[in-house]
Design a protein around this ligand. Structure first.
Ligand code: UN1
Length: 511
């Protein structure tokens, strides 16, 4: 069924309160920003959806001051009361799930189920954060001194900066924002300039809920240039934590600037995620998982499967079947039922993919299927399978596109060594029915990634676990488990309830 796309887009935008031209900064009220106009285009058609007036350095100062002020009040709310506000946001997101999910599809080109899934990821994150708000546990210790009590407690850290990428334009905000909120932090969000409208929509929803709960304006937002806004935020000493999701190049810069001022950074950067398939794997399971992990979201997840290690006995069969699966995937309008692969985000992304394939060919690789752009409006490309060797330099780069490099290996040790030889360390997976091999992959001498899976693909992680990776992926952990610790400050307290003053380590200092 073809839809009247312009009308559909106009209805979605108006239902979420987005105008044709929108202010680019929010600090509790929308600021009348006067910077250049940033247009948000539908990557499926190239058509303008709406635009935003960029914020200036002085707009930034207004937002930052207001965010600092909000923190001073918010940190006095109890953690469960903060959780209650996040619970209301989860509810509001449930109400707007469909519109927001479609806006994700319109603005960044995700297929409908993934657009809706992204909003579901926010809802799940909200629900988890509500529970967390009652579980910000500290430890108690037995003191070595008589009549002394020791414990650790966690306090709100401060206002935090959240920088997100276009590919998860709202879910990654939720990973950070909801945990920061229950931790007692206020925040400024700097969304990707490639996905400003989803950020505006979510900020509007959050703003409404804050108001209804008489809460301070903790969820602020700014859209401006890196030079004027991004740099100012990462240098700003009032922000003890900067959480940044995006490329290794961006993260290296953010990490360096924040470290120089001895701030804390939480980095979730590039991945070059490998899947190892052993001869004893279930080929049907492996095929489906690899197809989704490599081509889903048009290869634009940080968890996308980019490298495939096939054991010799299963390699030929799986490559053939993958060629068939890639060729049969419907590439097209992400809003059409049945589409599996939507567009890349923009022309640069499409050019980057073609450049990578050219380099691969020059380095001796063979394109087994796909490899071209699709001849229609928008930035559509074919899911691409490439036969390569892991020593080819191109296979070390993260190209944000649906390219899967397939390699062959003899034994598991060789595969693990090659798997771990790249600079990135986000996600990984093994397909096998052999328990020993699976455990070997998960052991300390196995995968060196932050995420390691057995018989499921590299992407599509649940929010309950801590999400992030090692090496150039940046070491940060967002979302579930004890990731909240990054957003709080720890205090160790010792209380003397006796009448003497014994010193630790047996030191004597009698005056
Ligand atoms: C990202 O691409 O930055 O595990 C995040 C996944 C998603 C999150 C990806 N839940 O694929």
């Amino acid at each position: 069924m073809t839809i009247d796309r312009s009308k559909f887009a106009a209805d979605i935008l108006s239902s979420l309160g987005i105008d044709s031209v929108n202010p680019g900064a929010f600090d509790g009220t929308w600021i009348d920003t006067q910077g250049e106009t940033l247009t948000s285009k539908d990557p499926s058609t190239g058509e303008v959806l709406a635009s935003v007036r960029l914020a200036s350095a002085s707009d930034y100062e207004q937002v930052a001051t207001s965010t600092v002020k909000a923190f001073k009040e918010w940190r006095t709310w109890t953690a469960p009361a903060r959780g209650e506000v996040v619970r209301c946001i989860s509810d509001a997101l449930r109400e707007h799930k469909e519109a927001l999910g479609h806006l994700v599809s319109l603005e960044v080109g995700k297929v409908t189920s993934e657009g809706l899934g992204e909003v579901q990821e926010m809802i799940d994150m909200g629900d988890l954060a509500v529970g967390m708000s009652r579980q910000l546990y500290g430890k108690t210790m037995h003191s070595e001194r008589p009549q002394h009590r020791m414990y650790e407690q966690w306090h709100p850290l401060g206002p935090v900066g959240i920088i997100t990428a276009f590919n998860f334009p709202v879910a990654v905000w939720a990973w950070n924002a909801f945990v920061a909120a229950i931790s007692g932090d206020s925040m400024i969000w700097k969304p990707s300039p490639k996905s400003p409208l989803t950020a505006l929509a979510v900020t509007k929803i959050a703003q409404r809920v804050l108001k209804e709960n008489n809460a301070p304006n903790i969820f602020n937002m700014i859209i401006g240039t890196d030079a004027e806004v991004g740099e100012t935020l990462i240098h700003d000493r009032r922000f003890p934590l900067i959480s940044a999701t995006g490329s290794v190049r961006m993260g290296r810069h953010v990490g360096t600037v924040v470290a120089e001022r001895l701030g804390r950074s939480l980095l979730e950067l590039g991945g070059n995620n490998g899947v190892v398939v052993l001869d004893d794997a279930d080929p049907d399971l492996a095929l489906r998982a690899i197809a989704f992990a490599a081509a889903g979201t048009s290869g634009q997840r940080c968890t996308t499967n980019r490298r495939l290690f096939l054991q010799k006995g299963i390699a030929a069969q799986l490559k053939e079947r993958l060629k068939g699966a890639f060729a049969s995937m419907t590439v097209g309008d992400p809003l059409d039922e049945g589409t599996l692969v939507g567009p890349l985000i923009d022309q640069d992304a499409s050019d980057g993919m073609m450049r990578a394939l050219e380099a691969a060919r020059e380095q001796g690789a063979t394109v087994l299927c796909g490899g071209s752009t699709v001849d229609r409006d928008g930035f559509f490309v074919e899911p691409t399978l490439v036969e390569a060797h892991w020593t080819m330099p191109i296979t070390i780069d993260e190209t944000f596109a649906p390219i899967l490099y397939a390699f062959e290996f003899e034994d598991l040790n060789e595969a693990i060594e090659a798997h771990n030889s790249v600079p990135q360390g986000l996600s990984s997976a093994i397909f096998t029915s052999n328990l020993q091999a699976a455990e070997r992959f998960l052991s300390a001498t196995g995968s060196d990634c932050g995420i390691a899976n057995v018989n499921i693909g590299t992407s599509g992680a649940e929010i309950g676990g801590a999400f992030g990776g090692e090496k150039e992926t940046g070491g940060g952990r967002e979302a579930g488990s004890d990731s909240w610790k990054a957003y709080m400050r720890r205090q160790t307290c010792t209380i003397n309830y006796g009448e003497d003053l014994p010193l630790a380590q047996g030191v004597k200092f009698d005056v």
